[in-house]
Design a protein around this ligand. Structure first.
Ligand SMILES: Nc1nc2c(ncn2[C@@H]2O[C@H](COP(=O)(O)OP(=O)(O)O)[C@@H](O)[C@H]2O)c(=O)[nH]1
Ligand SMILES: [Mg+2]
Length: 363
């Protein structure tokens, strides 16, 4: 299944507005028959001009973009980890995502209630981050109690784990997210298995007013914060994006041209999610379909085959790979081959962003 990005933030910051705008970007549902979509889950296509070019050159009847899943996660308020608001429900939702998109309110609007009395975006973000830390602390403390129990009943393997998890506890109780801890490989495995929240990669979305002017310092504060972890900030006006998302693609393009913009802020969000998850895109194409696929950077070509079909992975023989730039430079698959630029690779080849892959496999 696809990669998931959860929209998280205090009430009335614009999560649902942004979610609606993102999901209005519409995916041709017939391409994704296997997805039962709940109202708060949306499958959003990743725009990629390379896919259209490949489709053109190969002469594919249709193109299918790769996608990212967005989830509108409601219910996080101050004290949520202690059961305030919708309480702990948000936890399961956040545990289920690969990346967190923190939506932070930077717009002023007297008609929209603000949960805190001060207008301070960084402070609002801190409230949310603290809840995540508290939640992790609770999970970690429960684990420690369990481990102590197992050690008592004579399970020595658990000692090492107890040491590591106690280290997590020390960090969290100092108010630090686990992504700031230098982790050994074994600690990473334990963190994965415990599905903790403060290790998840994040992006920050500053939801600013239409005219932006009084919010720049607010957004800048978020930007500086994100930079510490190498996490991107996207500045957006949720309301404007929602309006634009309702337009047909032609009018959307006119809007962008009029404002001299290359892409919608919504597309920036999708791309930021993609980047923070360290994902790359490869392509497959034949006369029926050109298809973009998402994999984590560093994936072998045999694993990548499994993304398309388990048979491709199991029966993998070899992969023929054309670099996107070579395809553009030479204008056709045949010309690329003719110039000796089609690579033939075994199962351990690491797929690169932009590879056009032809799989050869046994069934
Ligand atoms: N002025 C302004 N209002 C916004 C913006 N984004 C969202 N809102 C409004 O804020 C209110 C709460 O938004 P909503 O998306 O429901 O917030 P959520 O609770 O985080 O899901 C709604 O009335 C939105 O129309 C924005 O960029 N500017
Ligand atoms: Mg909402």
């Amino acid at each position: 299944m696809g990669f998931k990005c959860g929209l998280v933030g205090l009430p009335n910051v614009g999560k649902s507005t942004i979610f609606n705008a993102l999901t209005a970007l519409q995916v041709d549902a017939s391409n994704y028959p296997f997805c039962t979509i709940e109202p708060n889950v949306g499958i959003v296509p990743l725009k990629d001009e390379r896919l259209d070019k490949i489709g053109e050159i190969i002469g594919s009847a249709k193109v299918t973009p790769t996608t990212l899943e967005f989830i509108d996660i409601a219910g996080l308020v101050k004290g949520a980890s202690k059961g305030e608001g919708l309480g702990n429900q948000f936890l399961n939702h956040i545990q289920g995502v690969d990346a967190i998109a923190h939506v932070v309110r930077c717009f002023k609007d007297e008609n929209v209630a603000h949960t805190s009395s001060d207008f301070d975006a960084k402070n609002d973000l801190d409230v949310v981050l603290t809840e995540l830390i508290m939640k992790d602390l609770e999970i970690v403390e429960r684990r420690i109690a369990k481990l102590k129990q197992s050690i008592k009943s004579g399970d020595p393997k658990m000692k090492k784990q107890l040491e590591i998890v106690s280290e997590f506890e020390r960090f969290l109780s100092q108010g630090k997210p686990l992504k700031e801890v230098e982790l050994s490989i074994i600690a990473k495995e334990i963190i994965q298995e415990m599905n903790l929240l403060t290790i998840k990669p994040a992006i920050y979305i500053a939801n600013v007013s239409e005219d932006k002017c009084d919010d720049e310092t607010q957004a800048e504060n978020l930007h500086q914060f994100g930079k510490k972890h190498g996490e991107p900030l996207v500045t957006i006006s949720g309301k404007v994006q929602e309006e634009i998302s309702q337009l047909d693609p032609e009018s959307q393009k006119e809007f962008l041209d009029e404002w001299g913009l290359e892409e919608l802020s919504l597309d920036k969000i999708i791309r930021a999610g993609y980047e923070v998850l360290n994902l790359i895109t490869f392509f497959t194409a034949n006369e029926n379909e050109a298809h973009a696929w998402t994999i984590p950077a560093g994936t072998t070509v045999q694993k990548a085959a499994g993304k398309i079909h388990t048979d491709f992975e199991k029966g993998f023989i070899k992969a023929e790979v054309i670099k996107f730039n070579d395809l553009i430079a030479h204008g056709s698959e045949t010309e690329v081959k003719h110039h000796g630029l089609m690579g033939v690779h075994g199962k351990d080849y690491i797929v690169e962003d932009g590879d056009l892959v032809f799989f050869r496999f046994n069934v």
